[in-house]
Design a protein around this ligand. Structure first.
Ligand code: SF4
Length: 438
C-alpha cells in the first residue's frame, strides 16, 4: 500500500452473498483504480466507495448533528446504553464475523436485544431448517455436479449477477462442463430476466407457492393430483416437472425472498425443504437459500456459536432467549419495547415498516456506518467506520456456509476505525462507567 500501483488477486467481493473470491483489484496511492472479474454491482462499490462517506464522529446537539472527538462519541454511546433497560443492537450483515463477535459480547453486557437483517429476509428459512433440517452442499459441489438447477422466487441476474456463471447454469465444472449439460427451471410470479434464460419457466400465481410445492411433493411421491391445475400451473406440467426432478443426477434448488417473504413464509420454506428431502429418497438433491448481504450468513453463524440462536436474541432476562416474531427487531420496535438502539452497518430507517421506524427514531440512536444514510441522519451519535474487504479485513461466510477472508486493500481515511475497534471501545467505556456507578 502506498504510492506504487499494486494488484491484489483472489479478492473477496463484499456485496452479495455469493462472496465471489476471484476479483483482481488494482490500487494506486491508496485508491482503487481498476477492478477485473467483478460484476457491475461490485465494480461500482469498489470504484465509488469514497462517495457519501462520513469523515468524522458526530453527536446531536440542540437538534443538529455536529462533529465531535472520537472519545466524546464513545462516551456518549456508552452513556446511552448505560441508561437503557432494553437496548436493541441491530444490523451486522455488512460487517465481519469478528465485529459480530464483539457485538454479541456487548449485547450480553448491556442486557439488550441483538438481531441481524435475517429477520427481514431469510428468517423463515432458518425457522424452516429448525423444523425440517436441510440437505445442502457447497456451491462448488453444485458447479461440478448439478445437472438440474431450479431458481424459485429469486432473480440472480439482478441480485446475484455472477451466481449463474460461477456456480450453476453457465459454469464449467469438473463433471458438468457446459450449458448443454444442465437444465434450468425457474419458478416465479413473473417472467424475470432469469426466467428468460430457463429451459422451463413455471409461472405460479402470486402467494400460491405453498400449494404448488405441495402438489409437486404429491407428484414426486406418485400420488394422483385430482385438480386440473394448482397455483395456476396445469397438473400435466406439475407431473412433468416432478419426473424431471426425480430423473436428474444432482439437482439444486435455490430460493429467494419470493418464497420467504410471501404469505406462508416459513410454511413455504418447510414445504421446499420437505420436497428436497423427499427427492433424496429417489436421487441427489440440495437446497440453498440465496442470501443477500455478503455476511448475513456469518452473522447467523457467530450468533449461533455464542448464544445458541442465529438472530432475534433477547438478553434482557440475563440469558439468551429466542422467539422470532416477539424478539425480532421490527416487532420489538413496532411495539415500542426498546429504549435505545445501536445500528451497525445497516439502514433500518429506509427499510423498516412505518411504525417501527417512527419508534426507532424516537429513542436514543447510535449508528456505526461508513456512509451517510437516512438512519445516520436520524441518529444521536454517529461513528464513521472502515469498509470490510476494502479498508479492513475480516471473515465472511458465503451463502453456502463457506468462510472466506475479505482482505484489506487500502488504508481507511485518517481517524476512521473498524467496526471491531469502535465496538470494543464502547464496550470498554460502558464497563468503566458501570464500575464507577455513573
Ligand atoms: S455476484 Fe455478488 S459477490 Fe459476486 S462480484 Fe457480483 S456482487 Fe460481488
Amino acid at each position: 500500500m502506498g504510492l506504487e500501483e499494486s494488484t491484489f488477486r483472489d479478492v473477496v467481493c463484499t456485496v452479495c452473498g455469493c462472496c465471489c473470491d476471484h476479483l483482481e483489484v488494482t490500487v494506486k496511492e491508496d485508491t482503487v483504480v481498476k477492478v477485473k472479474n467483478a460484476c457491475a454491482m461490485s465494480t461500482s462499490k469498489l470504484l465509488n466507495y469514497m462517495n457519501e462517506r462520513i469523515m468524522k464522529p458526530m453527536i446531536r446537539r440542540r437538534g443538529r448533528l455536529s462533529g465531535c472527538s472520537y472519545r466524546d462519541a464513545v462516551d456518549a454511546a456508552a452513556k446511552i446504553l448505560l441508561k437503557s433497560r432494553s437496548p436493541l443492537l441491530y444490523g451486522w450483515s455488512l460487517t465481519s464475523c469478528e465485529a459480530v463477535e464483539v457485538g454479541v459480547e456487548l449485547a450480553e453486557e448491556v442486557g439488550g436485544f441483538i438481531d441481524n437483517t435475517t429477520s427481514t429476509c431469510h428468517g423463515p428459512t432458518i425457522l424452516g431448517v429448525h423444523e425440517i433440517g436441510e440437505s445442502s452442499s457447497t456451491l462448488g459441489e453444485v458447479r461440478h455436479r448439478a445437472d438440474l438447477i431450479i431458481y424459485w422466487g429469486c432473480n440472480p441476474i439482478h441480485a446475484h449477477p455472477l451466481h449463474m456463471s460461477r456456480y450453476t447454469l453457465l459454469s464449467k465444472g469438473r463433471f458438468r462442463k457446459s450449458r448443454s449439460e444442465r437444465t434450468l427451471i425457474v419458478v416465479d410470479v413473473r417472467r424475470t430476466d432469469t426466467a428468460k434464460m430457463a429451459d422451463m419457466f413455471i409461472q405460479v400465481e402470486p402467494n400460491k407457492d405453498y400449494e404448488l410445492i405441495s402438489a409437486l411433493r404429491a407428484a414426486v411421491r406418485g400420488d394422483e393430483i385430482e385438480q386440473d391445475e394448482v397455483g395456476g400451473v396445469p397438473t400435466d406440467l406439475i407431473e412433468e416437472v416432478a419426473e424431471m426432478l426425480i430423473s436428474c443426477d444432482f439437482g439444486a434448488l435455490f430460493f429467494g425472498l419470493g418464497l420467504t417473504m410471501s404469505p406462508g413464509k416459513s410454511e413455504n420454506v418447510d414445504a421446499a425443504l420437505s420436497l428436497v428431502r423427499d427427492l433424496n429418497s429417489k436421487t441427489k438433491f440440495v437446497i440453498i437459500p440465496m442470501r443477500g448481504h455478503f455476511n448475513v450468513n456469518g452473522a447467523n453463524n457467530v450468533m449461533t456459536w455464542m448464544t445458541g440462536y442465529p438472530y432475534a436474541i433477547d438478553f434482557t432476562r440475563g440469558f439468551p432467549y429466542y422467539n422470532p416474531g416477539e424478539t425480532s427487531a421490527v416487532d420489538l420496535l413496532a411495539r415500542g419495547e426498546c429504549d435505545s438502539a445501536l445500528i451497525v452497518a445497516s439502514d433500518p430507517v429506509s427499510n423498516f415498516p412505518y411504525k417501527a421506524t417512527c419508534n426507532l427514531t424516537s429513542i436514543p440512536l447510535i449508528t456505526i456506518d461508513p456512509h451517510i444514510t437516512p438512519t445516520v441522519l436520524c441518529s444521536d451519535v454517529v461513528f464513521p467506520s472502515a469498509l470490510v474487504g476494502i479498508e479492513t479485513s475480516g471473515t465472511v461466510y458465503r451463502m453456502d456456509g463457506v468462510p472466506l477472508v475479505a482482505r484489506k486493500l487500502v488504508e481507511p481515511p485518517r481517524n476512521i476505525r473498524s467496526d471491531i475497534e469502535i465496538l470494543r471501545d464502547i464496550l470498554r467505556r460502558y464497563r468503566n462507567l458501570k464500575r464507577l456507578g455513573r
